[in-house]
Design a binder for this molecule. Structure first.
Ligand SMILES: C[S@@+](CC[C@H](N)C(=O)[O-])C[C@H]1O[C@@H](n2cnc3c(N)ncnc32)[C@H](O)[C@@H]1O
Length: 231
């Protein structure tokens, strides 16, 4: 399958599975989220002291609502109109349909953000394009916080190398109608993409499941590298 076909199926799965995903999140069916990843991203954003926050790839909007309830001014955006409809049905923050590519210089209505959170929402092969789009929405000194699957935990039996994989959502409920292609990347691949796009990785943390002592996720906090003038 070509990269374009993978990307198309990836986007389509979030439209087709919007209701199933919304139920899985709101009924707290995802064990890793209960075990610590929800708390980890929430704490990481709050620890920045940010007031204006963009929840990029917000899905049905749980994180945006949780941050707004704690006093942040939050905008949630997602490429899936169906998930944004679910987010708006509950409210609690501003939600808009927008893919990462829409966050460029022309969409000035979004303004700039002290922090951008991206929770399990960077799923495609081209990481450079979303990282470039997100940096355009960061206020000076702003932080980008990305939580993703832990490369070592998620690798399974497959070779430890970047490549497309398939998520069937088994264990999240039997109402998911379409599998989701997603792009696995190694730890080095994540860090390299951030650095290539002008970010400095300030911290990398690995929330651990207290029951199994296994890592639940990888959480990266980055800011834009300051330009140094040539001597
Ligand atoms: C695993 S869900 C996570 C949703 C939410 N962040 C959460 O924590 O529940 C991945 C989300 O990324 C969104 N997404 C994928 N590609 C995107 C893109 N190019 N632009 C914006 N959102 C995207 C999907 O629509 C989906 O809502």
């Amino acid at each position: 399958m070509s990269t374009d076909e993978y990307e198309l199926r990836l986007q389509r799965s979030w439209r087709t599975n919007a209701d199933a995903w919304t139920r899985a999140v709101r009924e707290r069916r995802i064990a890793s989220r209960r075990a610590g990843t929800d708390a980890a991203i929430l704490d990481a954003v709050l620890a920045t002291g940010a007031h204006r926050v963009l929840d990029a790839g917000c899905g049905e909007g749980w994180l945006a609502r949780a941050l707004a309830a704690r006093g942040c001014d939050v905008v949630g955006v997602d490429a899936s109109a169906e998930l944004i409809a679910a987010a708006n049905a509950l409210g609690g923050a501003r939600f808009d349909v927008a893919g990462y590519a829409d966050l460029d210089d022309h969409r000035t209505e979004f303004g700039f953000f002290d922090a951008i959170a991206c929770n399990f929402a960077l799923l495609g092969e081209d990481l450079g394009a979303p990282l470039r789009a997100l940096r355009r929405r960061l206020a000076p000194g702003g932080k980008l916080i990305v939580q993703t699957v832990h490369p070592w935990s998620a690798c399974g039996e497959a070779p430890y190398a970047d490549g497309w994989r398939v998520e069937t959502f088994a264990g999240f409920g039997d109402d998911f109608r379409e599998p989701m292609p997603w792009y696995f990347r190694t730890l080095a691949s994540w860090i390299t993409a951030f650095v290539s796009e002008g970010y400095e990785v300030e911290s990398a943390t690995e929330p651990v499941d207290a029951a199994s002592s296994r890592p639940l996720s990888l959480l990266l906090r980055a800011s834009l590298r300051k330009r140094t003038s040539a001597a």
